[in-house]
Design a protein around this ligand. Sequence first.
Ligand code: FES
Length: 142
Amino acid sequence: MTAHPPTIDDTPAPAAALRPVMVLVCSTCKGTGDAVCEGKPGAVLAETATRLIGEEADNGRIAVQSVECLGNCSRGCSAAILSPGDWHYVFGDLDADSAADLLVGARLMGSVAEGPLPWRGRPTSLKKGMIARIPPVEYPST
Ligand code: FES
């Protein structure tokens, strides 16, 4: 996969995120296909995303966490964007340079009060690389 320029400035940040957003980044992905590169692309992606999204933080409404394996190893690098109590997304085919796209996705998710991650404004990597989307679920009470 070829490097692509950061797209941070393509999406204006809302004044404040309207809902909390968590970005999980797999730090153990090795990349696949054309995305396989020397070193540890998952670790690089997780480190860059932690710095970039950590700076964005938006008063704690946008957070990032490094995790080990999202079960999407064959299409790594992998990450997820979650909105607690709302939609969750898993992305693959990312590369070490995808941190800016994850930040754009997190901003986009936080720009709406509820519902799916908007398609318009979503970076190409988060369109083509969508592995799964999980709608809000209600757990039965016991
Ligand atoms: S090692 Fe990254 S998804 Fe499994």
